[in-house]
Design a protein around this ligand. Sequence first.
Ligand SMILES: Cc1cc2nc3c(=O)[nH]c(=O)nc-3n(C[C@H](O)[C@H](O)[C@H](O)COP(=O)(O)OP(=O)(O)OC[C@H]3O[C@@H](n4cnc5c(N)ncnc54)[C@H](O)[C@@H]3O)c2cc1C
Length: 417
Amino acid sequence: MEEPSRSPANTPPQASGPTRPVLIAGGGFGGLYTALALASQRHHPPILLVEPQQRFLFLPLLYELLSEELRGWEVAPRYDTLLASRGVAWLQDRISRIDASAGCVYTEQGRQLAYSRLVIATGSRGTSYGIPGVEELAIPFRSLADVEHLQELVQHLRSHPRPLQRLALVGAGPSGVELACKLADLLQGSTVIELIEQGTDLLPQARAFNREQARSALLRRDIRLRTHTRVLALEPGRLELSLTAGGEGSSRETLPVYGVIWTAGVTVAPPPIEPAASLDDRGRLLCESTLELKQTPGVFAIGDVAHVADADGAPLAATAQVAFQQADCLAENLLRSLEGESLQPFRWKDLGEMISLGIGEASLTGLGLTLAGPAAYRIRQLTYLSRLPGLPHQLRVAAGWLSDLGRPLNVPRCGSP
Ligand SMILES: Cc1cc2nc3c(=O)[nH]c(=O)nc-3n(C[C@H](O)[C@H](O)[C@H](O)COP(=O)(O)OP(=O)(O)OC[C@H]3O[C@@H](n4cnc5c(N)ncnc54)[C@H](O)[C@@H]3O)c2cc1C
């Protein structure tokens, strides 16, 4: 791997006046954890986090919020509470464009903000791939509003059961599988659940153990997995599908559905940058191993929006685990960059893989453990407890969990009729 260094040709613009902060665009896993890591340094620069939402969302625990195994304030703490007395200023706004040669950003609310160093951490969002009807009719699963929408749907389906009422989830990646299992437990047999996947199998990137655990979790819940099946269009009350089996021609099918949940695919769209930054074929910002943008000194990217190559040259996965690990390296490099020192390359360490498989169940592989069932569920929760943002929030959540000890795990509280 190349040893990164500073040279006159890649020196950031001299924008580091005393009042110019390190500006972080986006307060998700990459942005918030970078801000907290930087603020924990003894002599840190002023830090400004620009994030439009009021609450940070710990996305890997969104399923537990849906099932009410966890509470809203635990999974989605407010930024003003998280950042109180932490040395990070938070501005509730959205970056609309970046002028890297002038060292400033423009926001949706009409502000112009100068920075000494900029971190782009604007994440990813779902995509409909332009399939007719998906944008308008399918339910996504990425936000608090989506969780509330699904909770209302579960309540309705449980309290007005009709023969053969059906929900379809599209995409058998981790989100689709985890959500299908939680929904099946919440719906308690009142609704047929179909998991639709255009590829050849569920969880194509997962470890074999987790994939097999997921397969049997789906079977135990009577969730039908349809592979080799592509969504052509969504219309009110029905899905148009194209089925291909073993590479032989395709056939079409119309599937009556009460609702469709879309977890298939993500896309990225960083704010426009002048001069234009280098992007990969999926729109991600091409970064050096130091997380600094190629050809845009002084501007860094992290998380889903960043294309950072692993040791084999392939882009690192878009996961919270990657963004979480990058944050410490980036905080260190921001300080080094401000001091004019050489930057450190980011080194990814695979800590394993955990997947939630219904209420009170999970499967995990990594760090010498291969485990499924309620014990894996507890370990997953404890692991995430240690990753929640900031010690004060971790302690508040831990106190809540201790007071919950003894509450049975397998009783869904959501939508009880
Ligand atoms: C339901 C779900 C479950 C997941 N489960 C797991 C899991 O179990 N394990 C795992 O490793 N990964 C998981 N992921 C993936 C993981 O959450 C992402 O990889 C991670 O959140 C990426 O962090 P990020 O900082 O790049 O983006 P995000 O965490 O998405 O944060 C981006 C932030 O930027 C803000 N923003 C967007 N545009 C702008 C703008 N123009 N200006 C200012 N702010 C902006 C957004 O409001 C958001 O807060 C899951 C994702 C989802 C959707």
